[in-house]
Structure formats: structure tokens, C-alpha cells
Ligand binder design. Structure first.
Ligand code: PLP
Length: 377
């Protein structure tokens, strides 16, 4: 099977499995315990926190380990908005992952006004609309770093400038960007940033949230006060170690690997547009994730193309794994101006460390046949 669904999940790296093994077998104390076994686990956790902080360009105390990207997003949105009793407005982009979008919408029950900023046809957030919506009453802005369905990378520097002008905290969901784009939180100008380990070779169910020291955060989970009171619950040391090792490895290889994947992606995009009648690229042609290519195929159901490709030994997705199976057209593609019928034809290829030129050539051979067969179905 040629696996081209790394944006849904990417297999854990061998080095990650080797690094976490001791924390599952011998270093098994509770990092909050004072005895030797606890101190050993605490040392592993501290090292993991420093490792993540190094990649994010922040202080270790600004890193909160979470049970994945969804939890990091929930904690950022609810935690930051909920911590400021004087500001009752939240602004998010209309193409956020449900982990942000639905969390923001849930704040309406708590008396918040939630505005969703639109995007252009390439999926780039409308900065003029954002500027009109953000004011001194805004508790939080959340704009994702890069979109999971169409791959578009957002102009975070401009978003940050708008937020800074009003002293509004900016959260970014960097779940898809992590491992592929620079993550220095100071240079990005963000106050909170979410990552999920299973997108860059760590373990599923592990993630982290950076929250700038000065930004108050209301915890989602109440209990023993772990993670400096920001995320109660005995910390999953193995998950944290895996996250740090995977992030460190991805960052060390990032420039070289991104260039390699970008070349493969460009070959795939050019080949598909050339060989498949009616194919169109979704998202931005240039400002997009290096490993990500997404298309619509006029008049051909995306799910049917996926089945044809699977029969040809190729695994990819119809956009986002989370909404796969649902009949609803993607909110992201609708926001870019596509009609619902066209949006239902979406197919996404996302590459990773195992992807080779031969894989891309195999897709280019199989896809025209798959689309033709799907069109007859
Ligand atoms: N945010 C984005 C942009 C994603 O693509 C995903 C997962 O696909 C998530 C958040 C959720 O992350 P997790 O699967 O770790 O909960």
C-alpha cells in the first residue's frame, strides 16, 4: 500500500518508539512522586519539556503537555477566552479545524459573541475583515497556521500585527504545520500554539500547547494541579518524551525534508492537472504545506475516487479524516467559494518521510483511471 495520508496520521518514528520504551517499562514512576522512581520520571518529563520549548523558541514553563491536538485547541480557546472576564468576544477563521471551530461556537452558551472570518478562493484569511472585527473587547483570535484540508498557509505575521494593535492574544493551531514549517513562537508573534505528536512521528493521543507566560489560562480539567495547574491529571511521561523526540527530529530534518517533499508535491500537482480532465487544485498554489496536494474532480464523487485508488493500492483521503464518511460537504471548501457538489469531489494526498518519487509516479498512473472509473460509477 502506498500511504499518502500523513496529514491524517503519520506512523511513529523508530527513534520515538526507542525513546519511549524505557518510560513504559522501567522508568514508570509518577513524575509528581518525591521518591527515586518519581524523580526519574520527572527528569524525563523535564527534558521533554525543554526539548519542545527549544523548537518552539519559548520557556519550558510555557509548554503544557496535552492528550493531543484536539485537547490543546480546546484548552487554548476555552482557557484563554474564559480567563478574561472583561472581554467577551472571540474571532476565529471560518476554515478552522472543528477542534477550534466547535470549541469557539460552544462559547456562545457562556455569553460570548463568536465571529468567523471568511477566506478568499485560495483559503487565505480575509485580513480586512479581521481588522474590522478585532477590537479591545476581543478575548482571543484563533487562526490556524496551515489548513488540513486545502494546505493553505495563513499570513500569521499580519494576523499577529492586527492582534497586537489591540492587545488581543493570538492562538494558532499548528497541528498540520508542525514538522513542516518554522515553529518559533516569538518570530510567529503568537501567544498560544497547538501541536499534535502523531502528525510528525510521535504517538497518537499526545500533544502540547504553548501558552505565553503573561497570558492567563483557565484550566479545562480540575484535579491535582499538574502542569502548573493548567492541565490536571497524571502526566503521560512516555507521550511527552515521544512528542519531544519526534518534534526535535522533525525540526532537525525540516528544511531538507520540506524541499524534498515540495519537489514531489509540485510533480504530483503538475501531473494531476495535466493528466486528469476537470481536475483543479484546492487551496493556495504556492503558499501551501510542502507535503500537501488537494484537488477537486468535476462531477466525480471524492469517496468513489478514494475507493478506486485504494483498489490500486493507494491510501489517501477525501479532505479531513475527521469528516470522512459524513455526507456533508466540507466547511473549508464551501468557505473558499466552491459549491457543495464540487466540494464533495475533494481528494487529498499528503506525503511523509516514507514517500518516494515512485509513489508519486504510481499515483499519476492510477489517478486518471480512478477518476474515469469513478465518473462511470
Ligand atoms: N487541528 C488540525 C488542523 C488537525 O488537522 C487535527 C487532526 O487532524 C487536529 C487539530 C486534531 O488533532 P488530534 O488528532 O491530535 O486530536
Amino acid at each position: 500500500m502506498i500511504y499518502l495520508d500523513h496529514a491524517a496520521t503519520s506512523p511513529p518514528r523508530r527513534e520515538v518508539l526507542e525513546a519511549v520504551w524505557p518510560y513504559l517499562t522501567s522508568v514508570t514512576g509518577n513524575p509528581s512522586s518525591a521518591h527515586e522512581a518519581g524523580r526519574a520520571a520527572r527528569a524525563g518529563l523535564d527534558a521533554a519539556r525543554s526539548g519542545v520549548a527549544q523548537v518552539l523558541g519559548c520557556r519550558p514553563g510555557e509548554v503544557v503537555f496535552t492528550g493531543g491536538g484536539t485537547e490543546a485547541d480546546n484548552l487554548a480557546v476555552t482557557g484563554i477566552a474564559g480567563a478574561d472576564p472583561h472581554r467577551r468576544r472571540v474571532v476565529v477563521s471560518a476554515i478552522e479545524h472543528p477542534a477550534v471551530l466547535e470549541t469557539a461556537r460552544a462559547l456562545v452558551q457562556r455569553g460570548f459573541r463568536v465571529d468567523e472570518v471568511g477566506v478568499d478562493g485560495f483559503g487565505v484569511v480575509d485580513l480586512e475583515q479581521l481588522e474590522r472585527l478585532v477590537d479591545d473587547g476581543t478575548a482571543l483570535v484563533s487562526v490556524m497556521y496551515a489548513n488540513n484540508e486545502v494546505g493553505t498557509v495563513q499570513p500569521l505575521a499580519e494576523v499577529s500585527r492586527i492582534c497586537r494593535a489591540h492587545g488581543v492574544p493570538l492562538h494558532t493551531d499548528a497541528v498540520q504545520a508542525a514538522g513542516h514549517l518554522p515553529l518559533d513562537t516569538g518570530e510567529l508573534g503568537v501567544d498560544a500554539l497547538s501541536v499534535s505528536a502523531h502528525k510528525f512521528g510521535g504517538l497518537r493521543g499526545s500533544g502540547a500547547l504553548f501558552v505565553r507566560g503573561a497570558v492567563p489560562l483557565e484550566p479545562l480539567l480540575h484535579g491535582g494541579g499538574q502542569e502548573q495547574g493548567r492541565r490536571s491529571g497524571t502526566v503521560d511521561v512516555a507521550g511527552a518524551v515521544g512528542t519531544a523526540v519526534a518534534l526535535g527530529l522533525a525540526e532537525a530534518a525540516r528544511e531538507e525534508e520540506s524541499a524534498r517533499l515540495r519537489a514531489l508535491r509540485d510533480r504530483l500537482v503538475a501531473g494531476v492537472l495535466d493528466a486528469v480532465p476537470g481536475a483543479r487544485l484546492t487551496g493556495h498554489p504556492v503558499r501551501r504545506l510542502p507535503h500537501h496536494a488537494s484537488f477537486c474532480f468535476a462531477g466525480v464523487g471524492g469517496e468513489t475516487v478514494l475507493l478506486e485508488l485504494e483498489a490500486a493500492g493507494i491510501a489517501c483521503s477525501s479532505g479531513s479524516a475527521c469528516s470522512a464518511g459524513s455526507e456533508d460537504a466540507s466547511h473549508v471548501l464551501l468557505a473558499t467559494g466552491l459549491d457543495a457538489d464540487t466540494a464533495r469531489t475533494a481528494v487529498r494526498f499528503s506525503m511523509g518521510p516514507s514517500t518516494t518519487e515512485a509513489d508519486v509516479e504510481a499515483v499519476l498512473r492510477a489517478l486518471p483511471l480512478a477518476v474515469r472509473a469513478a465518473g462511470r460509477a
